[in-house]
Design a protein. Structure first.
Length: 498
């Protein structure tokens, strides 16, 4: 894969000096060439009202958009019309079949040693309980290792409650995703898991689970942080009995679609910079930060490039992927659609971490092994081991790409987003990133994202207008430069573990 050559700074990069030294040493090729165009894009973004207006309509008039729902397909059709009205080319809806999971009625309560209703949300794709519900004693476990150390006889017929504490979303979501099958393997009849958040406001957070087809499928729900801590305290005193009733079930798949529009490249239309977010949301809240802010910020970024008459050499393709939350069908369908043309994708940008104050760009896709689901029972120790990033282990081309992005982010100094860090990407672009496409994403402060994530509180009022505008600025400048510059970033193929 061709990468941008910056031989004059190669020695500095290979020596793995600090970011600040590289930024001072590298010649500001991109910053100099694109200063005027970037300034126009930033000025337009910081004064923009159309993007937030579209986000307002999406949230207030269409609302939550869970896969399989009529609201999702309304959003799909509306988005395609929006792209056409903005003057984008080749607007299309790629048909994608998506799961139709229905939550139905759900409730839970502690029955003994005290009587108290539980604040809960069933986990996406969970099966339901019998009509009369499940009443059973609780087995409390702070982690998988503790559960694995217990004899199966102690767990059989019980409801397992996981509370790993708040150690970040990666750990929290692991117990949500893999916890039900992990507990089922030892005979549990249901699972309750502490919500993946650090905020304590009696607010449960939903999210998807993934069943291990080798294990029984048992019902599972997230409970509030306070309720998880209460059960933990009560379990230390003696037996705790809980009742859980859930009508959750799957209905036949429904056709939805990925929504796409383009600015066709002026010199190399076959080469593509793809960007976007996911159009679906959970069935709670409005899907404002997750991921309404992502699709509307990327849409407005592309719209501004078009409105200002900028003509990048490569094609910019905007995609609103479908079914990110509980299946990933949109990302897989997009990869199938482009086939061997994936080699012509020079970068993939996904915005799916909210639109809080931007800090810079995340850059990933260095051939590390990727996992599409959580490890099964017996693999808990390796499941939570954090990846260690050492820039000196990257190839010279990858290090040069980091220097290129540091140069590019100088253009983002007016909005305070002039930094580059490892880790950019997203689940929708995961399938093409595994084929070697360089992955990027905006980095934000993310101070409150997981306070609202997958809850009734994910509503429009959580999206600050000024921060939203700054994210549009970051996306528009980054996308335009990547689509127009002479070289391209480095990417590496990776191994995907299903």
């Amino acid at each position: 894969m061709k990468s941008l050559t910056m031989s004059s700074v190669g020695a500095v990069l290979i020596a793995s000096l600090t970011c600040s030294v590289v930024a001072q040493t590298a010649p500001a090729l991109l910053a100099s060439k694109y200063r005027v165009d970037a300034g126009r894009l930033i000025q337009a973004a910081l004064a923009d009202t159309d993007g937030y207006g579209d986000l307002t309509y999406l949230c207030d008039h269409i609302g939550k958009r869970v896969s399989g729902s009529p609201q999702l397909n309304t959003a799909v059709e509306w988005s395609a019309d929006l792209m056409r009205q903005a003057g984008l080319q080749n607007v299309m809806i790629q048909p994608v079949m998506v799961p139709h999971w229905v939550r139905g009625h759900e409730e839970g309560a502690i029955l003994a040693p005290i009587s108290k209703p539980l604040h809960l949300l069933g986990l996406g794709m969970s099966v339901g309980t019998p009509k009369e519900g499940i009443t059973a004693e609780v087995v409390f476990a702070p982690d998988f290792a503790t559960l694995d150390a217990m004899p199966d006889e102690k767990i059989k017929g019980k409801i397992v409650v996981f509370n790993p504490g708040w150690k970040g979303y990666g750990v929290g979501s692991l117990y949500r995703v893999a916890g039900p099958s992990h507990a089922a393997a030892k005979g549990a009849v249901a699972v309750l898991v502490r919500s993946a958040t650090g905020l304590v406001l009696q607010t449960p957070h939903t999210g998807t689970l993934r069943y291990d087809e080798k294990q029984p499928k048992i019902p599972a729900a997230a409970i509030s942080v306070e309720d998880a801590l209460l059960i933990e305290r009560l379990a230390k005193e003696g037996p705790v009995k809980v009742h859980l009733q859930m009508d959750a079930h799957l209905e036949p798949e429904v056709q939805a679609g990925n929504v796409m529009g383009e600015i066709v490249g002026s010199e190399h239309p076959e080469e593509v910079v793809v960007l976007g977010g996911h159009i679906d949301s959970w069935d709670v809240g409005q899907g404002a930060q997750d991921d309404g802010s992502g699709i509307m910020a990327t849409f407005e970024a592309v719209s501004l490039i078009h409105k200002l008459g900028l003509k990048p050499k490569r094609t910019i393709r905007l995609v609103f992927w479908v079914n990110e939350e509980n299946g990933g069908a949109g990302g897989r369908a997009y990869k199938e659609l482009i086939g061997s043309k994936v080699e012509k994708h020079v970068a993939a940008i996904e915005m799916d971490e909210g639109a809080e104050k931007p800090l810079g760009i995340g850059y990933g896709g260095f051939g590390t092994q990727r996992r599409t689901n959580a490890p099964g029972p017996g693999n808990a120790a390796t499941a939570v081991a954090p990846a260690v990033f050492d820039e000196s282990t990257l190839t010279a081309q990858e290090q040069e790409s980091f220097a290129t992005l540091r140069d590019l982010t100088r253009l983002l100094e007016p909005v305070g987003a002039n930094s580059v860090a490892p880790g950019g990407g997203g689940s929708d672009i995961g399938p093409i990133v595994a084929e070697g496409v360089p992955s990027l994403s905006p980095r934000t402060e993310a101070l409150h994202y997981f306070d609202w994530h997958h809850t009734e509180a994910d509503t429009l009022d959580k999206v600050d207008l000024e921060d939203f505008r700054k994210n549009i600025a970051v996306l528009s400048v980054t996308t335009y430069v990547l689509a127009d510059m002479d070289g391209r970033l480095a990417g590496s193929k990776s191994t995907v573990h299903e």
